[in-house]
Design a protein around this ligand. Sequence first.
Ligand code: SF4
Length: 137
Amino acid sequence: GLSVFGTLKHGKTDAASLEPAAKHKPIAYPRPDGVLTFDRLSSVFLSNTNHEEDQPVHLKVKDMQLQKRSEHDIYAGPSTRYCPAGVYEWVEKDGEDVFVINAQNCVHCKTCDIKDSNQNITWVPPQGGEGPVYQNM
Ligand code: SF4
């Protein structure tokens, strides 16, 4: 019969069957090479785009009424979810839902430009046009 505390199938006690770790080669996982693989710390969230405080707004919403009527009222604000940097927020202000754009957080992934249900958001390359700058790699 099988007993939790009894001998194992191979007939040795647990302790006797334990082998020194040195006999086993550790599995070497390749380190992220920063080209095809990235560790979490250097992912899109920390892509370290430099922001000048006086940078012109590079995220343009063509029609704010449409944004409210459709993006908010019909689609329930997908921009607040698809943007990896939390740039877009719907904030209630004096009983009105206001679309807030925290443009300084943008990591220039261009998702909003592609994903907005109404094609109402346009992403413009930021000043300098260099896009994400991956440092320390
Ligand atoms: S480009 Fe758009 S989706 Fe991407 S981080 Fe900037 S605001 Fe968010």
